[in-house]
Design a protein around this ligand. Structure first.
Ligand code: Q46
Ligand code: ZN
Length: 300
């Protein structure tokens, strides 16, 4: 197998691109895909500070690595979910990475802001752990960005993540979720920062290979609550389709973004208010995060 760029020995074959690359040219291919994502969706400019939500996993650390090497002023945000050893180890990976790259890392604790860590929130609400966790993450990312004056938050969602989310939404025809599925979400309120996903053009296998080649030390274990999640089942289904027909995931996601998504965008925009309690954005009077922390406090 020969590298498409230099003709040297290839280390990785990318069937959906009908190409193979040596280590050096793969890294360049990877960075080019990130550059293309940023350019195409006008994610951020050179002079803007970017807050990268890092979990300690391969995707978010790979993203931070690329943005730093590209010369962006990218700081990390680690949300400490308080999920046993998983959180302890993943936080350590982020701290080590930040120290090695002399990059700023902000840490926000869910236990301190909500009143309890994710496993206790799960008990208090009697709902699946990912429900309180996901809500808290979205809220805290936005709040941290506003407090520290970042206009944009970047997350490490890759092609597999995005295709699996789309698959889940389509399976249940969640038409409300479809317009929000985008590599770049604009700010629709002064208190809502932009959210972007610069890795949406790269597969999970590609980010794993990039992290390996770049010697990024990341946490390999998944969150213990991820087991049995429907998103993982959806990824497995899509992987089987990809094996049978390389490019299937790419076509599914990109076809949606180009051809179908505009049809689901609602004509009338949702009205956003400021939460009466915390001042963050909500569609009601009190935001879901404030309601969640009330519920947690009552239960304790
Ligand atoms: S939502 Fe659920 Fe994740 Fe939170 S509880 Fe773990 S698996 S970390 S991406
Ligand atoms: Zn609130």
């Amino acid at each position: 197998m020969k590298c498409r760029k230099c003709g040297g020995t290839a280390v990785l074959e990318l069937r959906r691109h009908n190409a193979a690359f040596c280590e050096t040219d793969f890294v360049e291919f990877f960075r080019n895909q990130v550059r293309e994502a940023i350019r195409r969706h006008r994610m951020f400019d050179r002079d803007e500070r970017v807050l990268v939500a890092v979990s300690g996993g391969k995707d978010s650390l790979a993203l931070w690595d690329v943005l730093l090497d590209e010369g962006y002023r990218a700081s990390g945000l680690y949300l400490d979910l308080g999920i046993f050893d998983y959180s302890v180890e993943s936080r350590a990976k982020c701290e080590t990475f930040a120290a090695a790259r002399h990059a700023e890392l902000l840490v926000v604790s869910v236990a301190e802001t909500v009143g309890a860590p994710v496993p206790v929130i799960k008990e208090a609400t009697r709902r699946p752990p990912c429900s309180g966790c996901g809500l808290s993450k979205r809220y805290l990312m936005n709040r941290a960005a506003l407090e520290h004056e970042f206009p944009v938050v970047a997350t490490g969602h890759n092609l597999d993540d995005e295709a699996a989310t789309l698959f889940g939404s389509v399976m249940h025809w969640q038409t409300d979720a479809l317009p929000r599925q985008s590599p770049a979400l604009a700010s629709t309120h002064p208190k809502l920062v932009r959210r972007v996903k610069p890795l949406y053009r790269l597969s999970e296998r590609e980010t794993a290979a990039f992290a390996f080649v770049r010697k990024i030390d990341y946490i390999v274990e998944e969150c213990p609550f991820a087991k049995g999640a429907t998103s993982i089942q959806h990824k497995e289904i899509l992987n089987r389709m990809e094996d049978a027909s390389p490019g299937a995931k790419h076509n599914f996601l990109f076809g949606f973004l180009e051809k179908a998504r505009p049809a689901f965008e609602r004509a009338e925009a949702v009205t956003l208010n400021e939460c009466a309690r915390c001042g963050q954005v909500t569609t009601g009077t009190v935001c879901a995060f404030c309601k969640l922390s009330d519920q947690v406090k009552r239960a304790r």
